[in-house]
Design a protein around this ligand. Structure first.
Ligand code: HEM
Length: 432
């Protein structure tokens, strides 16, 4: 029986289709959008239920903000849970709210501003390795590794450095070395919980408080004056490690690819970076790099790492005049909306000017939302923007990079949207 037949329900294909997984996921979602428009319904055999795919900013606002209490995280979240336990990416309700409130202060602008030196240093170390030879650089791997180091430094500061010194390797490196995100990976990753527990134990024993995220979270108290349990702290740390580096690495990989494809943009971004050539880059210099910021924003318009947001209705609802029965899955694709022809002129064209203050028209909040929106908006958005802007400025002002790509590059739309093969690069002016 079709539970939806007596109500106003969206159109959609008669045959079942899977749009959240597999190599065809993104093209399926796009094709169906072109066929059915801003809202359509699909039936999933695997899940034995209906999904509404919405691509209208007002409908998105309804789900993510106006009636967000009716929507929990949806398809795919079980797999993320295996990896991240009950961290804020996956938790719900009052528990999520309590955890988010305790973690939020760690992401205050003041705290992020202080990370500038660490971010610059991680990039400079990477650069000096690149500069010591005319080697081919696996850019995808390098970006993954540098963003991982940055987040680990932000979380564990001195303990991360000591751990690496002691073990001779970065114990979290499997995150960048293993590409698949399957159960085997999840098991290995969860084993790192022990490492985090050891750091927590050591800090407690030494009564040591550092200026980093771990200490902020260990010290945080909820409204009743209670702190987090060790298990909770570990889950939140795991969450920040994963959420904090894969997305940023994907966005930067796409940025380099687009800069390579658009030499005029590359030249302008480089010129801007050269204006801060002789200074020790600090937080306040970012204001002087507006074009680089636009490059990043436009990159995430075309290639939003979080290309698919999933929610599940808990109670009946109405979206855009259509009835939403409980348990309906809702898919929202920033990728589709970021290229929606109603909102974007020449939507497939890479044009950072779109984000220039003088060019910018009034936008609906959900025409552009690479970091999602509403209460579940990315907690690390500002961190990521600062990190990416610094990275591009530091590299562009120091060297010229030639990207060696085997065209065509396609998109691999898994949890993250990333290029389907590694990007390689070579410096044009290495030191020797
Ligand atoms: C370019 C970089 C990034 C992008 C594109 C991105 C994107 C997103 C998106 C789209 C969501 C919402 C998912 C949803 O609504 O279902 C999200 C949530 C989240 N992000 Fe990010 N993110 C980035 C960087 C970061 C960084 C650097 C951190 C932390 C260091 C971080 C931590 C988180 C966390 C913890 C959540 C869950 C928040 C909650 O549900 O309360 N992200 N991110």
């Amino acid at each position: 029986m079709d539970l939806l037949t007596d109500k106003n329900i969206p159109f959609g294909p008669k045959e079942a289709s899977e749009v959240e997984e597999g190599p065809q996921a993104l093209s399926n979602i796009l094709n169906l959008f072109h066929q059915y428009g801003d809202i359509y319904k699909i039936y999933s055999e695997r899940r034995n239920n209906y999904t509404y795919v919405i691509s209208d900013p007002e409908m998105v606002k309804h789900v993510l903000i106006t009636n967000n209490r009716n929507y929990e995280k949806g398809v795919g979240i079980d797999r993320v849970k295996i990896l991240l336990g009950n961290g804020i990416m996956v938790s719900e309700g009052d528990y999520w709210k309590r955890q988010r409130r305790m973690i939020q202060p760690a992401f205050h602008k003041r705290v992020i501003a202080k990370l500038t030196d660490d971010i610059a240093q991680a990039n400079e170390t990477m650069l000096s390795n690149w500069l010591t030879g005319n080697k081919e650089i696996n850019l995808t791997a390098e970006l993954s590794s540098v963003t991982l180091r940055i987040v680990l430094q932000a979380l564990f500061s001195v303990d991360f450095q000591q751990l690496e010194k002691r073990e001779g390797v970065n114990p979290f490196a499997l995150l960048t070395e293993v590409h698949e995100r399957n159960l085997v990976f999840a098991m290995k990753f969860r084993a790192l919980a022990k490492t985090i527990q050891e750091i927590i134990n050591l800090r407690r024993k030494e009564r040591r408080v550092e200026e980093d995220f771990l200490s902020m979270i260990m010290e945080a108290k909820n409204d009743e004056g209670q702190g987090m349990s060790d298990r909770e702290i570990i889950d939140e740390m795991m969450t920040l490690i994963v959420a904090g580096h894969e997305t940023t690495a994907s966005a930067l990989t796409w940025a380099w690819y687009l800069l390579h494809k658009h030499p005029e943009v590359y030249a302008r971004a480089k010129q801007e970076a050269l204006q801060v050539r002789n200074v020790h880059l600090r937080f306040h210099h970012l204001e002087q790099l507006p074009y680089i910021r636009q490059v990043i924003e436009e990159t995430m318009r075309l290639y939003p790492p979080g290309w698919l947001l999933t929610r599940r209705a808990m109670q009946d609802d109405v979206i855009g005049g259509y009835h939403v029965p409980p348990k309906t899955d809702i898919f929202i694709s920033p990728y589709v909306i970021h290229r929606h022809p109603r909102y974007w002129e020449q939507p497939d064209l890479f044009n950072p000017e779109r984000f220039d203050a003088s060019y910018r028209r009034e936008r609906h909040r959900f025409e552009y939302f690479p970091f999602s929106g509403g209460p579940r908006q990315c907690i690390g958005d500002f961190f990521a923007l600062v990190e990416m802007q610094l990275h591009l400025a530091l590299i562009l002002r120091t060297t010229d990079m030639e990207i060696l790509v085997d065209e065509p590059i396609s998109m691999e739309a898994q949890i993250n949207l990333r290029p389907d093969k590694p990007l390689f690069a070579r410096l044009i002016n290495p030191r020797n």
